[in-house]
Design a protein around this ligand. Sequence first.
Ligand SMILES: [Ca+2]
Ligand SMILES: [Ca+2]
Ligand SMILES: [Ca+2]
Ligand SMILES: [Ca+2]
Length: 338
Amino acid sequence: MSGRRFCSFLIGLAILLPGLDTFASSDPTFLITNGSTLYRVTNNAVETFQLDQSITAMVTAPDGTVWAGQTRDTDSDGNAELYILDDPLGTPTLLPQGDFLNPRAVSLAFAGNQLYGLHSTRLYSIDIDQQITTPVGFNGVTGTNGGSLLYDPSTDTLYNAVNTASILYTVDYALINGINPTATAITPISVPNGYGGTEVFDGQFYFAGVTSNQMRLGTIDPQTGEYTQTRVVANVDRQIAVGLAVIPEHSAPADLDQDGDVDDTDYGLLFAAFTGPGSGPPGDPAADLDNDGDVDDADFALAFAAFTGPGESSNVPEPASLGLLAVGGVAVGLRRRR
Ligand SMILES: [Ca+2]
Ligand SMILES: [Ca+2]
Ligand SMILES: [Ca+2]
Ligand SMILES: [Ca+2]
């Protein structure tokens, strides 16, 4: 495909893929489920999407993929379903990944690349590739039912939070093969209820849950247990298990060859790295512009939105690039200084 024809292809693609906004902030985006309703929350906006399944737990993998679990066994085979939430910054869609959560996992957390699930007081390791759920043992938390797992990669610590007793525990998850892990109570936490979702992102402990018919988003101080509300997300009519995943608001720069512009060369690299929806991880992680673990149409749409043309700075897009193009060496010099 010629560069020009390839560009036309991408123009057509971008027209088919609405809903992009600008590259602006490094603040996180929050994905919150209440049944089959998904809220996408940024500093500026709350958007609402309908999923085709009811989700009770979400978690972000180290590669950026958002995984979603379901406690309802939709096909009545005894196992609950696991999904990838594809294109979380575009139009989020559930992609089925297997039907093997047995028993169902109400809460999910990745500790490194290992996925764990919590159901009632039982902890499970979940092998995504082999599609096997293995009991690890009881979570070591007594006198309380269930709760939400969260993992802090900066300290390699797995926590159990937001249980019915509202106490934050650390869980010694490394004790596997049927030996019950031990849990250590850290502090009471003042979260509004016990059905929330939790996730650690960039050192912050986030919580989302329903109180008084309102979906609330906030942070938990892991030392003092103090809950601080960030915002009311929406009015809701059901207090059910809430899934929370936190992802970067945007997106790697689309200048894949790092020459300062976003042009057909970058599109070509993106095209070469194409994996399709939910089929990552990509060979070239830099091509996964929306950080959702794959390289698909959503990444092309982001690259298209960032198009500058050859030789034009991707940081300060302006229409005067054609003159600079004629003196490419000068243009490179200007870009490098930025
Ligand atoms: Ca099933
Ligand atoms: Ca995707
Ligand atoms: Ca470039
Ligand atoms: Ca992607």
